[in-house]
Write a protein that binds this ligand. Structure first.
Ligand SMILES: [Zn+2]
Length: 208
């Protein structure tokens, strides 16, 4: 049986209403999207930049499909995922409230960039430096996506890194007497100045 690579499918590309620079976002909804809370377009005021801290998109998908909230039968995920080659997938429709950041899900969109981050020793005290750069094609795709989103959602005015919104520290996995950040994404290698120069968004949260 032939396996059809997901990226050659063309029948469910999303149209965000822009003629130019359409990156051909692939819609690939998570299994529980119908169970997520819904909101209106004017509720969306913040976009949060994440990295997956996983080696590839396939593993990110496995994590996103896991049920973390037994009552609602839903899990944790971003709305959009951008791979290293710049391909973009939508896993949760923006009007669905995805679980991607503490306390701010109801008014935010989560964008996940595929990047290893601290994988696989996320919370080891000696493994806190992210070493993988963000390829330019991945950042270019992010800029196109951000432009599409700010065009479609006029209340979207602010952008933040996950690390700036969740600054909690937890005991290190190897040395519980030491504390390590719960979230470092998107981390020091994310090109903030470049991104902010190209989008009509103000950075929120605590710059690091
Ligand atoms: Zn994150």
């Amino acid at each position: 049986m032939a396996i059809v690579p997901v990226r050659v499918l063309t029948d469910n590309r999303l149209n965000y209403g822009l003629d130019m620079a359409d990156p051909g976002i692939l819609s690939r909804p998570l299994s529980y999207t119908s169970k997520l809370e819904q909101r209106t377009a004017t509720d969306i005021s913040l976009v949060v930049i994440h990295c997956t801290e996983l080696p590839d998109l396939a593993m990110a998908r496995e994590y996103a499909e896991k049920i973390h909230y037994p009552e609602s039968r839903t899990g944790n995920s971003g709305h959009f995922y951008i791979d290293r080659d710049g391909s973009i997938e939508q896993w949760v429709e923006p009007l669905g409230v995805a679980h991607h950041v503490a306390d701010m899900n109801d008014h935010s969109i989560g964008i996940e960039l595929v990047n290893r981050g601290r994988y696989p020793h996320w919370f080891n005290s000696n493994h806190q430096q992210a070493e993988e750069n963000y390829p330019q094609q991945q950042i270019n795709a992010l800029l196109v996506l951000l432009e599409m989103l700010t065009d479609k959602y006029p209340a979207l005015k602010t952008i933040a890194g996950h690390q700036d919104l969740d600054t909690r520290m937890i005991p290190a996995a190897d040395k519980p007497e030491l504390l390590v950040p719960r979230k470092i994404d998107p981390g020091p290698l994310f090109p903030w100045a470049d991104v902010l120069a190209h989008v009509n968004l103000t950075r929120a949260g605590k710059p690091s």
